[in-house]
Design a protein around this ligand. Sequence first.
Ligand code: SF4
Length: 423
Amino acid sequence: MNVRDSEHLIAELSISENYSLTTDVSEADLIIINTCSVREKPVAKLFSEIGVFAKNKKSNAKIGVCGCTASHLGNEIIRRAPMVDFVLGARNVSKITKVLHQKHAVEIDTNFDDSTYAFGEYRANPLKAMINISMGCDKSCTFCIVPTTRGEEISIPSHLIANEIKKAVENGAKEVMLLGQNVNSYGRRFSENSEVKNFTSLLQTISLIDGLERIRFTSPHPLHMDDDFIREFASNPKICKQIHVPLQSGSSQILKAMKRGYTKEWFLNRCALIRSLAPDATISTDIIVGFPGESDENFEDTMDVLERVRFDQMFSFIYSPRPHTPAAEYKNQINPDISSARLTKLQERHTEILDEIMQAQIDTVHQVYFDELKPNGKVAGRSDDGKLIFVEGSEELLGTIKPVKIIKTSRSLLDGVVIKDNQ
Ligand code: SF4
């Protein structure tokens, strides 16, 4: 979502203020740091980054801090780093041209409604388009700072989403990635009328758009994965067979303490339904270890879910206490050495599983959408199930979907050769 917010900022600045992009800091008239605050580390890094930019910038160049850390620290950023010219919260992207002209402006209103704002068109890669469908989050997971930084959930009306997709398709995109904190609770709240009112219907509607061949989305919430949604995911040929199902913990007791709203059994049941209706689909997940109160037994539940689902991709972290979250106040915080040992055990087992999954890819054939030329003469693309695949080739492949046979594997990517359809 931050990457897409950055694209919106770039679009507004180039259209209204005549800025263009540079990769050379010493040449820049404006430096924007778009921040994350989901974990503690990037927040700590922000102030050292500001110092580095301040040292290397032109004397009159401005520095702006945007994103989730901007939302939660607000004025504090300017107090600690007065060389920052403005602070713009994650929910206030459309105000960029306003804050640019006000010294030490701070715009961090988390209820500000950007949901019907039509941003200018800029995409770092026009072949695949990120499309926001909602912003904010109405959940209250006890570890998560996002509802504080991005505000209440609001969905973008379906006609605006469809228009944006059509524009992206006209500009060369065959694939879209629908973005939201909770994509499958789409329709919870609108600020103006929308024809389509739930996520499954939205998927059905946008898959009718001519020229659009692939639809991805992130992130769905396991709680809202009803049978209709999973059936649509499995049967709609335009929906890529790759799904992120964020587990967080395999223990029903910890899930309750996290206020995730589902149990271990519900999670396993949803994954089993996905596997039975879409056997070729890949399932990825997020896992937190060392959440306050996590016992050895609770952690073994997480290991058990890993064994049963065999995730194709896993983003795993040690619990990081965040300000403005209930879990940060819990008294039963876990010793960092225990958390660290659990993370190592989880990741080592996942690596073994991943090696088996990737090894089994040899000689399989995938339909690959090529979207990036690499400096080493290779062209990169994604299979329908989300695997990163490289082939020898040239820019003629860009924007095409071709069958590729896998000839070499590693843990995170695959090498292949383009074949003829009947090979
Ligand atoms: S669903 Fe939970 S983890 Fe996801 S953004 Fe909302 S509060 Fe955070």
